[in-house]
Design a protein around this ligand. Structure first.
Ligand code: B12
Length: 346
């Protein structure tokens, strides 16, 4: 595609397409120049972040999931977007006029870009933001809070498997007296797991978070975390068993795989590695679903995995075999069995 001589208006689909082609080519300079041209032309940095960078990244995800882009191309495009955010940040110096916020991704959460976007939006709104980046272990987060005394912690969780760690972090932040605003798609539709895990607030997207923090922060302190009912106790026996026996579950499933799914006899090293990784994801999403007491976390994941595997030529039977091999090892665990059965029934 030929580069337009003038930057197109932000909502012109051709601009989005052009920007996507730049990040898809790993063209840091071109993408940065385009963003700067928009900025110089009067487009607010917030709009560039929300209306151009965000959707482009979501599109990257779709292209990867559809097997049109490789993981390497996805990584490269993500890196360009990070760079463009840094360029925008350097061009928009704002004196902090509000309080201070610590922004971190939950332990084991490597989706750092959405949190980085939020960091910039908050900074542009006058907050002093301590951006701690991806995968911040809970204890380091708490040490940081003691050292800096922020007005809020913004916690990002993009995949539900990190919810148990998110819960630990939320609990510790609240115990340290710092209210938590949670966000990211890992907290479920409408952020419903955020509330269950005791977060003080939740926002769907960056701009909503900016508004939420600007109006009436901190929220009134609620001492009762609504989650703790006895039916769906966090980290109950099934969850604990699954987490502890994860390596054994996967090893056993791998050893039994060729007997139940004969195609696997001919798997090469890469295919075996990918299969073990997929079985690990099954165990992790099942554990998260058990932890929160939400079957949908698991069934959504299985549905998504089926689509991803299908476009890569892996038949549904392979996924079914994996689910059954995990199921056969969990017969004494009724909640896990019910979730696996629900996924298999689909
Ligand atoms: C890029 C990417 C990655 C990169 C991340 C690089 C980086 N530096 O960020 C890498 C390669 C590391 C990665 C890894 C994985 N990923 Co990924 N990834 C994505 C992708 C393509 C884009 C994420 C993104 O940046 N989106 C753009 C932003 C703008 O989207 P957004 O959600 O609207 O962001 C807003 C809100 O989330 C909110 N927000 C975010 N944090 C916070 C925090 C607070 C406090 C608030 C208020 C708001 C808030 O504000 C943001 C800005 O408005 C998505 C697909 C997608 N469509 O999003 C998958 C996706 C998130 N990944 C997915 C998966 C499965 C994985 C892996 C498990 C893959 C694997 N097989 O290994 C691993 C897990 C790694 C881990 N443990 O964290 C799935 C999750 C599925 C699920 N069931 O939840 C997704 C949705 C892909 C999909 N469905 O097609 N991934």
């Amino acid at each position: 595609m030929t580069a337009p001589t003038q930057p197109l208006p932000l909502h012109d689909p051709r601009l989005a397409e052009h920007y996507l082609s730049l990040i898809g080519d790993g063209d840091e300079r071109g993408a940065s120049e385009l963003a700067v041209a928009l900025l110089d032309g009067g487009t607010p940095a917030q709009r560039i972040i929300v209306d151009l960078i965000g959707p482009s990244q979501a599109r990257v995800g779709e292209l990867w999931a559809a097997n049109e882009w490789s993981v390497a191309r996805e990584h490269s495009a993500t890196a360009v977007n990070e760079r463009v955010l840094a360029v925008l940040a350097a061009r928009t110096t704002i004196r902090p006029s509000r309080g201070r916020i610590t922004l971190a991704c939950v332990d084991g959460e490597w989706h750092g870009l959405p949190a980085r976007m939020l960091a910039e939006l908050l900074r542009l709104d006058g907050w002093r933001v301590d951006f701690l980046g991806a995968s911040v272990p809970g204890r380091h987060l708490i040490t940081h809070l003691h050292q800096t005394g922020p007005d809020a912690v913004a916690l990002s969780c993009m995949i539900p498997t990190r919810l148990p760690r998110a819960h630990a972090a939320i609990t510790a932040c609240r115990a340290a007296g710092v209210p938590v605003i949670a966000g990211g798609r890992g907290f479920g539709p409408g952020g419903r797991y955020a509330e269950r895990l005791g977060a003080d607030a939740w926002a769907a997207a960056g701009e909503e978070a900016v508004t939420r923090l600007a109006d009436g922060w901190p929220p009134p302190y609620v001492s009762d975390v609504p989650f703790l009912d006895s039916d769906s106790f966090l980290g109950d026996e099934e969850y604990t068993h699954l987490v502890r026996s994860r390596p054994q579950l996967i090893a056993t499933a791998m050893s039994r795989l060729p007997a139940t799914y004969p195609v696997a006899h001919h798997y090469d090293h890469g295919q075996l590695e990918a299969t073990a990784e997929d079985l690990g994801h099954i165990a992790d999403f099942l554990a998260a679903a058990l932890y929160v007491g939400e079957e949908q976390i698991f069934t959504d994941f299985v549905e998504w995995t089926e689509g991803v595997l299908a476009v890569r030529g892996v038949p549904e039977a392979a996924l079914r075999a994996g689910l059954r091999l995990i199921r056969d090892q969990l017969i004494d665990f009724p909640a896990a069995i019910a979730m696996l059965d629900a996924a298999l029934a689909r």
